[in-house]
Design a protein around this ligand. Structure first.
Ligand code: EPZ
Length: 417
């Protein structure tokens, strides 16, 4: 079983390049099902989740080739509308094929993607959107099936700005005649990237990035070449790694506007961040001030940075409060950070952190993707050695994170135990 072994307290120096966004690539890969031409995606990160989505597309009949950071996808021969149970269980984001399959074939059947460590992850808003578009929708025997003749010209109001539901509905509506309007849409940058990709294939969508998205259905979507945006959460993760250690790090290949919420929180703590076009420089010089963090839909502070921020705050003297408003169980990293000496009390959705400038190396488990990233960050600061088990969680969403940290001078190794 692979694990990461980190010896703390090495200063980080040098520059690191951010890879393409996992959460932009996954919906865009699903969207290729809407067109029967070849699509070329570049800037694709080399991640486990991308491999799984490639398997999903192949299972549906698409041809998928990967050459370095380029994916060539041809969905002309897609002939299936059903995804086997194993796939959706393997990766929840497989549910993003439902919208495009409905859009192109007016029929889709996927098994109900279960919850995961961080929460129940329901699909009710996705299904509500499909129903509003005129598809018949059934959820039974563990499957969700949509079929029927859609009619455009609908207004769809989302109870909460769900990222996945916004993406699935955009894709389901792209080929539906008339104008579909999604209100209370999610505003994440990955939604903007999906809109830009769909429009590159000939769709007519506007408003992504704001809370109302307008989709004018078109008859056909054709070939396109598209470059994926960089991963704002990987960027934030490296920012936290730089801030926790005595560092001077350049982070390259960033869309500054997309990491604005994270930059502003770090600056509130007193972290020195110098912006420069598509890169930034972080000088990790303590002392920092304790801060309060509340996760919110974009452009609020991202839930995907909550664990990493908590790791940093456990080493900042004073009391910080972290409130997780998006997922009901996204504090799995707390018990692992406590094993490293962190003082964290949980009160429902709030974590009260009594920070102190000391952590001890320990043997800890990665329970989910971002919790694993938080443990790496804590390990960089802890005295002694930290061993992180179950690193497959981390490798789902971070491309060679140990090699990137090694290149900055961190004492981190990936070992087979
Ligand atoms: C996306 O998940 C991301 N995943 C998540 O990143 C991210 O944490 C999340 O958005 C929030 O930003 C991908 O893009 C592949 P949601 P998604 O639907 O779409 C509730 C990571 O670490 N909800 O916006 O599943 C839901 O319970 C991952 O990279 C409903 O109630 O998130 C949650 O409380 C983790 N009904 C809230 O909305 C629904 O039908 C946000 O979920 C759908 C969601």
């Amino acid at each position: 079983m692979e694990r990461l072994v980190i010896k703390g307290l090495s200063p980080l120096k040098g520059s690191v390049r951010i890879s393409g966004s996992k959460n932009a690539t996954l919906p865009i890969m699903a969207a290729t099902l809407l067109c029967s031409d070849e699509v070329i995606l570049s800037g694709v990160p080399d991640l486990e989740d991308i491999k799984v989505m490639s398997q999903v597309l192949r299972l549906l009949g698409a041809k998928v080739k990967k050459e370095k950071d380029v994916l060539i996808i041809d969905s002309s021969s897609v002939n299936a509308i059903e995804l086997p149970d194993a796939m959706t269980r393997k990766m929840r984001a497989s549910n993003l094929v439902m919208g495009p399959l409905l859009g192109r074939f007016h029929h889709a059947k996927i098994s109900y993607p279960g919850g995961c460590a961080i929460g129940s992850r329901p699909m009710n808003l996705h299904l509500k959107g499909f129903l509003d578009l005129g598809f018949g929708v059934e959820a039974k025997y563990g499957f969700m099936e949509g079929k029927g003749k859609p009619r455009g010209g609908k207004e769809i109001l989302l109870d909460t700005p769900s990222v996945g539901a916004t993406e699935n509905i955009m894709m389901a509506a792209a080929l539906v005649s008339g104008e579909t309007v999604i209100r209370n849409a999610a505003r994440e940058p990955e939604i903007v990237d999906l809109q830009n990709f769909l429009n590159e294939m000939g769709a007519r969508i506007r408003g992504a990035g704001l809370d109302t998205i307008y989709i004018k259905g078109v008859r056909k979507l054709g070939k396109a070449e598209y470059k994926i945006i960089p991963d704002r959460i990987e960027a934030g993760t490296f920012m936290a790694a730089a801030a926790i250690s005595d560092s001077d790090v350049f982070i390259e290949n960033i869309v500054l506007e997309y990491v604005r919420p994270v930059i502003s929180k770090f600056r509130e703590m007193g972290v020195n961040i110098i912006e420069n076009g598509s890169s930034l420089r972080i000088i990790g010089k303590r002392p920092y001030k304790p801060v309060d963090v509340k996760t919110m839909p974009h452009p609020g502070f991202p839930t995907d940075m909550q664990a990493q921020m908590m790791a940093l705050l456990t080493t900042v003297a004073g009391t910080s409060i972290v409130v997780e408003t998006i997922f009901e169980n996204r504090f799995m990293h707390v018990q692992e950070l406590r094993r490293m000496g962190a003082e964290i009390a949980l009160e429902g959705r709030a974590a009260i952190i009594k920070g102190k400038e000391k952590l001890e190396g320990a043997i800890v488990d990665a329970t989910d993707l971002r919790a694993g990233a938080a443990l790496i960050i804590a390990g960089l600061f802890a005295e002694g050695t930290t061993q992180i088990n179950n690193i497959y969680h981390i490798e789902r969403g971070y491309e060679n994170i140990h090699l990137k940290l090694q290149s900055l001078g961190a004492d981190i190794k990936r070992v087979l135990s």
